[in-house]
Design a protein. Structure first.
Length: 419
């Protein structure tokens, strides 16, 4: 084996390094359009869930509907390996229910010679670094980097005796079953974490009958900053042409930047400082609240310090809050969690123009206003819950990475004969 290959470790006695093409059989093609009325299952690259390595969403077609790429015959136990963007890992083992069906020519179909190799051994090898590290350096093309069937077939793999292959595969699948169970528990924990914040806000803003003593109903305009327009939209957005945006300058916040409770600034457009000066009335200040008036109406967030003096687009409304009358973050939490506001938006936006929610509707929204000291206590409590959710998500993300590493470590040990 050449120095470029993966066979750099010493194999156990009775094992050997072989090329993939030496342990697979020839495959065939079939043109479904020659049987126009015959139904078939078509597996394309998008049919694969790369995370679990399985066919999850094939299409059922009539022969006459077959695309020109629907030509490769697959059988139960075949390994299909997507040759376009192979780094995505669109690799799957064909189950019994898709025996004698058709896949895209975008796959390399590997049909194990079962006298030499167990199909699942070949499948796990293809999903491991053993094969991928040999295939990926051979990618060609910029927009759609791809490899050929031949690039995969010349890959070298460790081959133990058949009985040993089956024993190790059984060990791999037992260990992977425990990992999948852990992933399921992690997913459930993720869902629990997602429910914490809505539950906390419902607990704060749901009342049985009248408001608590000292609370009162107020409208947004009643707590607005009278030195600036309390509620304002920037109607310039639709007038800006793509040619007016520049690579660097003053950021322009669009509807996609405003998420539930936070500002996503991963994708921003900019205008020149000169253009921004002409549009200065549409600048926002740290502590303002942004509110989406179209699309998913009612997404809102507080403007963070780093977005101070940025511009807003036509699809957003801005609320400037007088801190002597209301804590901006308290009102922001109300927008996100007070069911009374959701009901008002749904009722009043029904008869609105294509804007969905306009300046007048937002200004007249009524919210449950606690005394200022109570508002600050509520903000502190909800901030603490939000921080707890963020920490839970961080820990869950770390556990997901560890589970992925564990899967790779299991395969690495398997292919060195250490299981």
């Amino acid at each position: 084996m050449g120095s470029e290959g993966m066979g750099v470790w010493e194999l156990p006695k009775g094992w050997e390094w072989v090329s993939v093409d030496s342990v697979v059989l020839r495959t065939e093609r079939r043109n479904p359009t020659k049987s126009p009325d015959e139904p078939f299952v078509y597996v394309e690259i998008s049919s694969i869930d790369s995370e679990i390595g399985a066919i999850v969403s094939p299409r059922k077609l009539q022969g006459q509907e077959a695309p020109s790429r629907a030509r490769k015959v697959i059988h139960s136990g075949d390994v299909i390996f997507a040759t376009t963007r192979p780094y995505l890992g669109n690799i799957a083992l064909v189950p019994d229910r898709y025996d004698d069906q058709i896949c895209s020519t975008g796959f390399c179909v590997l049909r194990a010679n079962r006298d030499l190799i167990e199909p699942r051994w070949l499948y796990y090898l293809c999903r491991s670094d053993v094969v991928l590290d040999q295939v990926l350096p051979k990618m060609r093309g910029a927009s759609y980097p791809a490899v050929t069937d031949g690039d995969i077939l010349v890959s070298e793999i460790p081959l133990p005796p058949l009985d040993e292959q089956r024993r190790i595969v059984a060990c791999i699948e037992e260990l992977f079953a425990h990992i999948e169970e852990a992933r399921g528990l992690r997913a459930a924990a993720d869902q629990d974490a997602e429910r914490l914040m809505p539950a906390a806000m419902r607990g704060v803003f749901t009342f049985n009958g009248e408001l608590p003593a000292g609370w009162e109903w107020k409208t947004v305009k009643e707590v607005g900053d009278t030195e600036r327009a309390p509620v304002q939209t920037g109607p310039f957005g639709a007038q800006l042409k793509s040619s007016e945006f520049v690579d660097a300058g003053v950021p322009v916040l669009a509807i996609g930047n405003v998420q539930w409770g936070y500002l996503d600034i991963s994708d921003l457009k900019h205008v020149t400082p000169q253009k921004a000066d002409r549009l200065s009335r549409y600048r926002v200040k740290a502590g303002d609240i942004l509110f989406t008036r179209m699309g998913t109406v009612g997404r809102s967030c507080l403007v963070p310090p780093e977005a101070d003096d940025w511009l807003i687009s036509y699809h957003l409304l801005r609320v400037a809050v007088d801190k002597r009358r209301c804590e901006p973050k308290y009102l922001s939490y109300c927008f996100r969690g007070a069911p009374q506001i959701e009901e008002q938006i749904e009722k009043r936006s029904r008869g609105a123009t294509r804007a969905g929610v306009n300046t007048a509707i937002l200004a007249d929204l009524r919210f449950p206003a606690a005394p200022l000291a109570e508002q600050r206590r509520i903000v502190e409590y909800l901030d603490a819950v939000q921080a707890q959710v963020a920490e839970l998500k961080r820990l869950q993300a770390e556990s997901a990475v560890e589970l992925e590493r564990l899967s790779g470590a299991i395969l690495a040990r398997a292919f060195r004969g250490e299981l």
